[in-house]
Ligand binder design. Structure first.
Ligand SMILES: Nc1ncnc2c1ncn2[C@@H]1O[C@H](COP(=O)(O)OP(=O)(O)OP(=O)(O)O)[C@@H](O)[C@H]1O
Length: 259
């Protein structure tokens, strides 16, 4: 399998030296020297306690944060440190925990989907309409959802529509940041099933951030464990859950309810 993402020695430090006599004051080393790969067709989960740097890592991959050091290679193209990944545009898309963060509250779903279809894919009005109907079918929503506004939908429906927006850009990689943790358990299961179907249908790879180990065990091919900004362990899912090596991974698994 070829790698879609290759991250080498990636770091992110937030904040500025507060005073000349204490240059490290108010600095947070959110991500420390992380290297990892995401292969085509793979679901790589990133787990770790709150504040371990999961979202910062994900945000750097999609260009929402600029790395302090290290490199990101996305489908063979290198992005140097100190530059944002924004130029990767459509290849990699971020799906937020709160689907309403991906959907403009003042626009209909059709108007929101039209933006990437027009600007990133260059589709004509007729092509856009056809593609929107295909996307609604893919995320199992009725066609008339296109004329609705985000607040008219339930959390699970809104997350389906947020996935349609990510797919409208013809992404190959979705960065899913706690995509089901705001949903009821039964709705979670439906959205996880949909994610599996979309992965096959659109030949996607997922970077799946979650603190819910039961969800991770059910969906991930490999699992990366972060602790205080460092990647302490990365292994295929069965190995990590069956034979965790690092002491932190062992305590994380011991403290979590299992399926
Ligand atoms: N914009 C920012 N400015 C300053 N510090 C930040 C910023 N974003 C994150 N941090 C800090 O970086 C560290 C890592 O945060 P991050 O959100 O990446 O962790 P996380 O593992 O995703 O946590 P959670 O599961 O709670 O979302 C934390 O100490 C956080 O306070």
């Amino acid at each position: 399998m070829s790698n879609l993402i290759e991250v080498e020695n990636l770091s992110k430090t937030f904040g500025h030296p507060a005073r000349w006599f204490n240059p490290t004051a108010h600095q947070v080393r959110a991500v420390k020297n992380i290297s990892l790969q995401l292969a085509a067709g793979e679901t790589l989960a990133v787990v770790g306690e709150s504040g371990s740097g999961k979202s910062t890592l994900a945000r750097m991959l999609v260009g929402l944060e600029t790395p302090s050091a290290g490199t990101i290679r996305l489908m063979g193209k290198t992005l140097a440190a100190h530059r944002s990944a924004g130029s990767f545009g459509r290849l990699i898309q971020y799906v937020f925990q709160d689907p309403l963060a991906s959907l403009n509250p003042r626009k209909t779903i059709a108007a929101t989907l039209a933006v990437p279809l027009k600007l990133l894919c260059g589709y004509s009005a007729a092509q856009r309409k056809k593609r929107m109907l295909e996307l609604m079918e893919a995320v199992q929503m009725p066609a008339d959802a296109l004329s609705g506004y985000p607040h008219e939908f339930s959390g699970g429906q809104a997350q389906r529509l947020a996935l349609a927006r990510a797919l409208a850009a013809e992404a190959r990689i979705l960065v899913l940041d706690e995509p089901v943790s705001a949903l009821d358990v039964s709705v979670q299961a439906q959205v996880l099933l949909l994610l599996e179907q979309l992965k096959q249908q659109f030949d996607l790879a997922y970077l799946f951030i979650s603190h819910d180990l039961a969800v991770v065990e059910s969906i991930a091919d490999r699992v990366a464990v972060m602790y205080q900004g460092e990647l302490v362990e990365c292994a295929d899912s069965a190995t990590l859950f069956g034979y965790p090596e690092h002491r932190y991974t062992q305590s994380l698994l011991a403290s979590a309810p299992r399926l």
